[in-house]
Design a protein around this ligand. Structure first.
Ligand SMILES: NC(=O)c1ccc[n+]([C@@H]2O[C@H](COP(=O)([O-])OP(=O)(O)OC[C@H]3O[C@@H](n4cnc5c(N)ncnc54)[C@H](O)[C@@H]3O)[C@@H](O)[C@H]2O)c1
Length: 288
């Protein structure tokens, strides 16, 4: 940020994997954040998790020098009043998101930008539930947001130019590059990635190869950065299954029907890195 540009007043809804990741990115760039989380147990752990992520970003050398932005943790969506931009990163459930966005729509002014970080729900479907659909833009931040410099920006058919300009200002303050795509279930990244992860899990389920071997082959032979199943653990298997259902129901693509192994892991509480166990076991982590 230059001295002339004031930091945007940013609010983030949801302090799960992505809410914390996006908040860390913003704070690390000196942008203050109001973080709204409805679950009291999660709320109690937010500051420790954000501090841990800020230290990790610092150690990785991906955080610019300078004091972090101020963090306000709250249970009240009303504390988003006055924000220039609100990013919703709540559970991947169309009804939960629509309710959260409708509430924020009422609380914020006509110039505020509403951003959905959904992985798979079409932006225009969510825009239906707010009074000013032109305010809503999809910005698909990846995890960890402080490490991955590119985001997918999704234009709904009703997204307005002022909202896109607001997103450009926000991404400028966060030092991220946006690649703009049209709306549709899963946009580009989840439409490709989630189906591929589901296929990788099916291979493990069939006994053809272990998770480790699938990941090694995808990394060493095909240049995938982390391997699909380690990526699945990083995303969170519960979120992955929710997104696959969204894709399956809206496209009819049977390749997106979550495989039995994924469903079983979610039922057993093996949600990936955040629960300490998924396709792999983690000694650090396990915060849910
Ligand atoms: N996990 C990833 O790697 C990833 C990547 C890109 C996008 N996304 C998307 O980001 C969103 C969040 O995903 P996640 O993995 O962080 O989910 P998560 O399940 O880890 O966290 C969601 C959080 O939202 C909270 N919440 C629910 N309703 C709320 C409300 N009305 N107000 C405030 N908080 C509320 C929940 O208590 C929970 O803490 C989803 O739409 C997901 O598809 C996830």
């Amino acid at each position: 940020m230059t001295e002339q540009q004031a930091a945007p007043r940013l609010a983030v809804l949801g302090a799960g994997v992505m809410g914390v990741s996006i908040t860390t990115l913003a704070l690390g760039r000196g942008v203050p954040v109001v973080l709204v989380e409805t679950d009291p147990a999660r709320r109690a752990r937010i500051r420790a998790r954000v501090e841990h992520e800020l230290r990790t970003a610092q150690l990785m050398g991906v955080r610019p020098d300078g004091p972090p932005g101020e963090l306000t943790v709250t249970a009240a969506a009303a504390d988003c009043q006055g924000a220039d931009a609100v990013i919703e990163a709540v559970t991947e459930d169309a009804e939960v998101k629509a309710k959260a966005l409708a509430e924020i729509d009422q609380l914020t002014g006509p110039d505020a930008v509403l951003v959905t970080n959904t992985s798979s729900i079409p932006v225009d479907e969510l825009a239906d539930r707010i009074s000013r659909p032109e305010k809503l833009v999809g910005v698909h931040f990846m995890n960890p947001s402080y490490l991955i410099g590119t985001v997918e920006v999704i234009h709904g058919p009703r997204t307005g130019r002022p909202a896109l300009d607001g997103v450009a200002r926000l991404l400028g303050a966060l030092g991220r590059k946006g690649v703009h795509v049209a709306d549709g279930p899963g946009f580009v990244t989840s439409r490709l990635l989630h189906r591929m992860i589901n296929d990788a899990a099916r291979i493990v389920e069939s006994g053809q190869a272990t998770a480790e071997d699938v990941d090694i082959l995808m990394q060493d032979c095909l240049g995938h950065r982390t391997g699909p199943l380690r990526t699945a653990d990083l995303i969170g298997l519960d979120n992955l299954v929710d997104s696959l259902w969204v894709l399956h129901r809206r496209t009819g693509d049977e390749g997106c029907r979550p495989c039995e192994l994924l469903l079983r892991k979610v039922r057993d509480g093996e949600h990936g890195r955040k629960s300490g166990r998924g396709f792999y076991t983690y000694t650090a982590g396990g915060w849910t």
